[in-house]
Design a protein around this ligand. Structure first.
Ligand SMILES: Cc1cc2nc3c(=O)[nH]c(=O)nc-3n(C[C@H](O)[C@H](O)[C@H](O)COP(=O)(O)OP(=O)(O)OC[C@H]3O[C@@H](n4cnc5c(N)ncnc54)[C@H](O)[C@@H]3O)c2cc1C
Length: 396
């Protein structure tokens, strides 16, 4: 148990800033590696408020090494129904096409807290309602954090600091790194959890169109018993995400029980995700997938690598920037190619008009996506040559 009393003189192998999925997963892996870990969360409760559609992939749990629990799993996802602006739709089974997924819709308030509980069981100390205000820096080397809890400010020394402080991250900036927080790089999102939503229980519903979600898409993720997350993200739009969301739900006979507003980094990761004594994980590093804004799986993958590199660097008594570059090399090897592809596809999708989406949906409707003939794709492309990269990469 951890209590803050009297004079504080704290020292850990690793201090993790942020207690949601990036922080809890980094703490879990570092603790499992036998390191002495402290995780610090500024909010009084881990996992709340939710800023997420709550769709998670099977691989997330494989990487975490845990079985998804009935406590938080609300539905199982087998694929996606993709709706074009004219109402035509295509069913994409599983995750065979990049950017679409299968897995579970979860209750993230419970999932994130359970993950923190797993980390605590693995040995992580946790401070809640404690804000990291600054870094302890000596000649550019991060040697810990300055934290504040209920009016009391204190230093906590550490060999490594992991910044998992999300999209508003100022920890990496304090270490001199350039963060991904330019407005044009951040998808702005709004979501209602709603009751009375009539959609298939195992398929995500995704809607595209200039009038629906310019620069992004609208999602409906089923949570069982007529409950669903109905949200959308827009990019560089004149109107807010909330504006488009209220417009869409005005046509539905469903009642909201929760509203979430948040941002997702969709222009790829920051150029450098480490410095001397510091590694940056999750949304703070911009590791979410640029095509759909999904960040949980990538965050967990990177958290595992950060936990392993933390152990190696501490064992080798070398936490300098050149050594911690290994973290960046390893995560880019694991997910860098996917992120690059997503960026490429997103740039193409950004330029698609509603007519393009309609034509694509018409072409793909009623087809088995696994066995579309090359000849039919080439015929279609004669009229839509600007879709060539997208279709050839996906289907040929
Ligand atoms: C509307 C929306 C829908 C989304 N839907 C999905 C989805 O369905 N599936 C998916 O995979 N991804 C989704 N994402 C993305 C996903 O939520 C994120 O990628 C993921 O939560 C990132 O986790 P994180 O731990 O890196 O950051 P965060 O979840 O932002 O956590 C950062 C934590 O750090 C704490 N913190 C910040 N500063 C400090 C400080 N100075 N001191 C102490 N604590 C601090 C914060 O309080 C917070 O708890 C969505 C995002 C949004 C906005």
């Amino acid at each position: 148990m951890f209590l803050i009393q009297g004079d504080i003189n704290l020292r850990y192998d690793v201090v993790v800033v942020g207690g949601r999925v990036g922080g809890s997963a980094s703490s879990l892996f570092a603790s499992k590696n036998g390191l002495d870990v402290l995780m610090i969360e500024k909010r009084q409760e881990i996992g709340s408020p939710v800023q997420c559609g709550e769709a998670t992939t099977y691989d997330t749990y494989n990487t975490l090494g845990i079985n998804p629990s009935k406590k938080y799993v609300r539905s199982e996802l087998k694929g996606s129904d993709v709706h074009a602006p004219n109402g035509k739709h295509v069913r994409i089974e599983g995750n065979k096409i990049h950017g679409f997924m299968e897995g579970y819709v979860v209750e993230r308030k419970i999932f994130d807290k359970e993950l923190a509980i797993e980390s605590a069981r693995a040995g992580t100390d946790i401070m809640v309602k404690t804000r990291v205000k600054d870094l302890i820096l000596k000649d550019g080397h991060v040697g810990g954090v300055v934290a504040k809890h209920l009016g009391k400010t204190f230093d906590i020394k550490a060999d490594i600091v992991i910044a998992a402080d999300g999209i508003e991250s100022n920890i990496s900036r304090l270490a001199g790194l350039k963060t991904v927080n330019n407005v044009k790089d951040i998808g702005s999102c709004a979501q209602y959890e709603m009751v009375g939503v009539d959609i298939p229980s195992n398929y995500m519903q995704l809607y595209y169109g200039e009038q629906i979600a310019p620069g992004g898409y609208l999602w409906m993720f089923p949570k069982g018993n007529g409950i669903a997350n109905v949200g959308l993200g827009v990019l560089n739009s004149k109107e807010t995400a909330y504006h488009y969301l209220t417009k869409f739900i005005s046509k539905m006979d469903a009642t909201p029980v929760e509203l979430n507003i948040g941002g997702v980094p969709v222009s790829g990761p920051m150029d450098q995700t480490y410095s001397s004594g510091l590694m940056v994980v999750g949304d703070a590093a911009g590791q979410a997938d640029p095509i759909n804004g999904a960040g949980i799986e990538n965050t967990v993958t990177c958290a595992k690598i950060a936990g392993d590199v933390a152990l190696e660097s501490i064992e080798n008594e070398n936490t300098t920037s050149p050594y911690l570059k290994k973290y960046e090399d390893m995560w880019r090897l694991a997910i860098g190619k996917n992120i690059e592809n997503s960026l490429k596809y997103r740039k193409i999708i950004d330029k698609l008009s509603d007519d393009d989406f309609n034509a694509l949906a018409e072409f793909l409707e009623h087809k088995d996506l696994g066995s579309i003939s090359k000849l039919s794709i080439l015929k279609f492309l004669k009229n839509y040559p600007h879709l060539i990269t997208l279709l050839i990469d996906i289907f040929i």
